[in-house]
Design a protein around this ligand. Structure first.
Ligand code: HPA
Ligand code: ZN
Length: 338
């Protein structure tokens, strides 16, 4: 195995852009459909995999919402999250900040509490079993109306100690951040940190709106901000992290090919990109597969990989003390490895 491949696999790292519903592997989807007597339009694993060809974000989202319909009980959410955390332990991921989409469940009659119970039990167990630390970020589905987001925020306020932040995901085009300015204001006033998907398919103006109107502390995706030079300088000067998702970008046709992925451009522009998996079961890889695919496509060197690994901790929402400890461990790893 090449030196850099082994380095990537063994490097301690953090994942900052992961939708827990996007970790639902086809095997678990079919097993839960059977357990819960949910009808799916797939007769076999092969059928499921065939559905995973996407020409754009919306194509994917249709399949993603259908897939999550098998999640009904706390045990389902526990099994889903714990399976992800076991994989992250095997990939030397030490800290995760995980999105969940409560409206994707409450809209189907699954209670907010059911979702929270399963997820928090899994994250608590992974802390005990593997020492993986975690934060939950609740996303508002941007294709739904503001009212529904306000209702969801109300539920979140009842279990604030378990939810660190709020995010914004789902269909980007036609649903600008401005649609959620008021609910984000209330969320921030309630003590949640704000992030948002912006500039994945949407224009650079959506990134500016997310910064100015939602007052986000991290940009999810953000690829298209590079089209605006002033905005690029602004984000670079701020030191704000971006959560980049290479295999997602490829599978959703945000980039034509990984060999023209803008990651190196981001680094050269002084931005702070991180590598993440987004919806690994749908896009063909977890954390290490994302690092490896991009390293191969762009021929990233060791210094660039180290920068990306450090960024994952620097861009996290850990306390300064926790960040320092993670970075010390990281630096120790790189010294030993060399
Ligand atoms: N973009 C927007 N919404 C999403 C995504 C994404 O990449 N994954 C899950 N929901
Ligand atoms: Zn995402």
């Amino acid at each position: 195995m090449s030196f850099i491949k082994r380095f990537i696999e063994e490097m301690p790292k953090a994942e900052l852009h992961l939708h827990i519903e996007g970790t639902l592997e086809p095997e678990m989807m079919l097993a839960l459909a059977k357990r819960n007597k949910v009808k799916l339009p797939y007769a076999s694993l092969e059928d499921v995999r065939k559905a995973y060809e996407f020409s754009c974000l919306q194509d994917f989202l249709d399949v993603y919402y259908l897939g999550m319909s098998v999640l009904l009980t706390s045990d389902d959410f526990f099994d889903l999250a714990y399976a992800y955390l076991e994989k992250m332990n095997a990939q030397n991921v030490r800290h995760v900040e995980v999105f969940f989409d409560p409206q994707g469940h409450t809209e189907r009659g699954v209670s907010f509490d059911t979702v929270m119970t399963g997820l928090t039990n899994a994250f608590d167990k992974a802390k005990r079993d593997f020492g993986i630390s975690s934060k939950l970020i609740m996303c508002f589905l941007r294709h739904l109306p503001e009212d529904s987001a306000f209702e969801t925020l109300e539920s979140a306020c009842k279990c604030k100690s378990y939810i660190h932040g709020v995010g914004l995901d789902s269909s980007e085009n036609g649903h600008p951040p401005s649609k959620f300015e008021r609910v984000f204001k209330q969320a921030r006033e309630s003590g949640f940190v704000a992030v948002a998907h912006a500039g994945e398919e949407g224009p650079p103006a959506y990134v500016s709106e997310a910064l100015d109107l939602l007052q986000i502390k991290r940009i999810d995706h953000g690829n298209r901000l590079l089209e605006d030079g002033a905005l690029t300088r602004r984000v670079a000067d701020s030191g704000m992290a971006m959560t980049v998702c290479p295999l997602s970008n490829k599978r959703l046709q945000v980039v034509e090919d990984l060999s023209n992925h803008p990651l190196r451009k981001m680094l050269k522009a002084g931005l702070r990109p991180t590598i993440n998996s987004d919806d690994p079961s749908y896009f063909g890889g977890y954390m290490n597969e994302n690092y490896l695919a991009l390293q191969t496509a762009l021929d990233l060197n060791l210094d660039e990989i180290i920068q990306l690994g450090r960024n994952s901790f620097l861009g996290s929402f850990m306390t300064d003390k926790e960040k320092q400890k993670s970075l010390d461990d990281f630096d120790l790893f790189t010294q030993k490895f060399r």
